[in-house]
Design a protein around this ligand. Structure first.
Ligand SMILES: CC(C)(COP(=O)(O)OP(=O)(O)OC[C@H]1O[C@@H](n2cnc3c(N)ncnc32)[C@H](O)[C@@H]1O)[C@@H](O)C(=O)NCCC(=O)NCCS
Ligand SMILES: Nc1ncnc2c1ncn2[C@@H]1O[C@H](COP(=O)(O)OP(=O)(O)OP(=O)(O)O)[C@@H](O)[C@H]1O
Length: 369
């Protein structure tokens, strides 16, 4: 799954575009809605707001006083930073949980509508593409005055509390021009969805504009430093006396501390033995299930690779084979481990551990997020 960022200036048309995306069947996470969720009474962010900004920002009903907080945010830059530092971490936690759910649902991509994507910078690293919705400053003011009954002065203080829209357009991968009527905007949105949905973009990762990225082809030497650890997409060559770390696939070198991997540019999942994956059962066959794992070929879960009721060492009988669909059927989502890689590159999975098997519900322990 890849994540597409959507941003813009205040009242530039982000919500209008997300509405069109939703109508076209795209999953959108709306940052403004998440921001409302995380300050509901009883939530940690609201308690922190009370402690750091005082009872003034809480209404009698126990809810956050949005008008008061808006006054603070749009008129006092240092307090804006304080509010952001309280609310934003909670927003990101919430968003990561939502993204995880979409990941389990094997979505191709999800759009994340974040008004402050560039200002805060935090989520940018996870985005494959960033869309900026633009209109002129005059249109922002006019639309904001019309929608919210703000004075011109109020509109200007809101617009100026954000990075300029021109600057955001320069940083964007895709710009949607919302300065004409909504039909004109809709046409652009349709085109963008068409391009993003293209199968070739299935695992698109943003690397082209990253000038510091080191690109390698299969067989290229990455390093001869002996202290590095071998990660995905690499192999050790001992042709010369010294060991060298080589690229086994084309992609971008990704060092994480001493572990070096090569991240493929545009490809489906290349599994490695020991990977823990989430997949969807696509077919029940004789003594095995076919599993969609976003790899080039369907993966295989053998009947011998699962624990059935009655104990892990129990032999699988002909009766078990008949009942396979009772254990796992088409559409079920499972977590499993890659046990082997067949000659044709397809992955053999197993679920012989209590950690793996059918995913029936998802619960989060906040401490782990
Ligand atoms: C300031 C608040 C109370 C105003 O609420 P209100 O219902 O009037 O507006 P709404 O939430 O729909 O936001 C409207 C727009 O204001 C702009 N905006 C909101 N917060 C900020 C901020 N901290 N800095 C700059 N612009 C902001 C965005 O463009 C947003 O789309 C609210 O936006 C808020 O709680 N902001 C803090 C959380 C935040 O940063 N949200 C942005 C989403 S990540
Ligand atoms: N192309 C357009 N022509 C005329 N009005 C528009 C157009 N696009 C959006 N609007 C109107 O402008 C206002 C702002 O649009 P919208 O709510 O989509 O912006 P936004 O970027 O989501 O705003 P915010 O930053 O406040 O969340 C809305 O009242 C909307 O109906």
């Amino acid at each position: 799954m890849f994540i597409v960022g959507l941003t813009g200036g205040i009242a530039s048309g982000k919500s209008s575009v997300t509405k069109m995306l939703t109508q076209l069947g795209v999953d959108v996470i709306d940052g403004d809605l998440v921001a409302r969720e995380v300050v509901k009474p009883g939530m940690k962010a609201l308690e922190l707001m009370r402690q750091r900004l005082g009872e003034d920002v809480i209404l009698e009903s126990g809810e956050m006083d949005r008008k008061r907080v808006a006054d603070i945010i749009f008129n006092d830059p240092s307090k804006r930073q304080l509010v952001n530092s309280i609310i934003h971490p909670q927003i990101y936690k919430y968003i990561f949980r939502q993204l995880f759910v979409y990941l389990l649902m094997l979505r191709q991509f999800v759009v994340l509508d974040l008004p402050l994507l560039y200002e805060s910078g935090k989520m940018r690293q996870y985005m494959s593409q960033i869309i900026v919705v633009k209109c002129s400053r005059e249109q922002q003011i006019q639309r904001l005055m019309q929608r919210n009954d703000y004075t011109e002065e109020e509109c200007i203080s809101r617009i100026d509390s954000q990075m300029s829209l021109d600057e955001k357009c320069l940083l964007a991968d895709i710009v949607i021009d919302n300065s004409q009527d909504l039909i004109h905007t809709r046409r652009q949105v349709e085109q963008v969805v068409k391009e993003l949905s293209d199968e070739r973009n299935h695992s698109v990762v943003k690397t082209e504009s990253d000038s510091s990225a080191k690109y390698v082809l299969p067989g290229d030497e990455i390093t001869s430093d002996q202290t590095f650890m071998r990660g995905h997409g690499t192999y050790l060559s001992t042709l010369n006396d010294d060991k060298q770390l080589m690229a086994s696939i084309a992609g971008v070198v990704e060092p994480i501390n001493r572990l070096i991997s090569v991240r493929p540019l545009r490809t489906r999942y290349n599994g490695e033995i020991g990977d823990v994956i989430v997949g969807r059962i696509t077919e029940v066959q004789s003594k095995r299930w076919r599993v969609e794992t976003n790899a080039r070929l369907d993966s295989v879960l053998q009947l011998s690779g699962v624990n059935l009721p009655g104990g892990e060492l129990r032999r699988k009988t002909a009766e078990d084979e008949v009942l396979m669909r009772n254990y796992l059927k088409e559409g079920d989502i499972i977590s499993a481990e890659v046990q082997n890689i067949f000659d044709d590159g397809s992955l053999g999975l197993h679920t012989r551990s209590l950690k793996y098997g059918k995913i029936t519900s998802i619960s989060f322990r906040s401490a782990l997020i």
